[in-house]
Write a new protein. Sequence first.
Length: 455
Amino acid sequence: MTQGELWEDLRRRLPPLEEGKEEEVLIYRRFLDEHQERIRSDFLSSPRGIETAEEQATLFDTLLTTMFERAQARARQRYPSSNGEGEAALAMVAVGGYGRRQLSPFSDVDIVFIPSREAHPAVDEVVREVFSLLTETLLPLHHPRISHSYRPPTDIPLLDHQSLTALLEARFLAGDESLFHGFMEVLLEHVHQADFILGLWRERWLQHRELRSGVHLVEPNVKESPGGLRDFHSAIWLAKTAFQIRHWDVLEELMRLGRLQPQERQALVEALEFLLCLRHALHWEKGQKQDVLFVQYQGPLAQFLGYRSEELLMEDYYRHAERLHAFFYQVVRQCDETALPVDPGVFVRHRHVWVEGPVFLREAPHRMVKAFAVAQRYGLRIAPSAERWIQEVAQEVGGRILEDAETAPYFLRILGGEGDVSGTLEHMLRLGLLEHLLPEFAPLMRLVPFDPAHE
């Protein structure tokens, strides 16, 4: 069914606004159950990954938008001076997998409310009513879990990496669309390109390292394992940020930029279709959110999806997972070839930290320490030219580096930060920088360790 047909179906069932919400909740639940069963029945007769995910998203779009519009209409009756504009403006958006319209049967449905300002009574009433209706409509263990957050534009500078990533794929649902577009413009201005890309790459690399078996796991997680959906999504986030892609179809835009071939795009779409189809089947097979393809599920799923054996199912899984895993590192390599500015005069390329030159370092000696702080934070190396210039300038500047007020904060960031602290200090020592930051330390390095245990 089209979104227009779903809206028409739901709205003709609903009572007037003045009637009690108890009946409204029952109508919402019946509407949701009937159409989820329809989508499930269609999937069982003809399994489809991307189309089914989009149908699930459209169903929740209809439900949530209708709840929002009715809640806003009631708020206007209660607060006649509020028309949903100005200080009373509010937008509701979908984020995460729901924002991408890649919603599996029991995936979390993540929404964000964006108010023009906080603590407006009409806005707060709309948010409370929508959340109340959702809580009463969706039954635990029977429906997907709804997650909501409240993000006024003033929160943008405070967003953590995970929240920022989710909002990058926000999709407008209802309310004030101009408020949403303004919010997204401010959000994109606050995305620090290098910080986002390097942080996301390192986060995913650490996850891959923990799963040492790589793509070919006996019981893979179709979302989080290497080669799972998360690899595809991470590659998309990296590409959007590194290459300033604003188009919704990122694969199409990568082709236009010459960074992806048509046959590669087709293989990625097929892999996405397969993994989404497999994930839908897992969710409906277990009647709950289930992303791990345990051995005992592989046989029944193979039979359902038309395979002669579970071995053939897993062969296809590995083939598609290999493609998505390779795509992630393909985008990583392309990002690596791009000079990512960390700060004026400091940039990252080819997994190395580069600086403009010795004059740049002499102007503000703390920049030498900052280069090491950046390298440690993201697991990078100092570029050979930067090493040479740091060694040269450190000898010239000497103890005057401590006169730069910004030196101490960056040095403390190294000592208290994540990553290889001892390796960073040893590197600073080799380049003659550490002895100027800790003058008392230099003479100790030339004392004879009489006890081998002190070596």
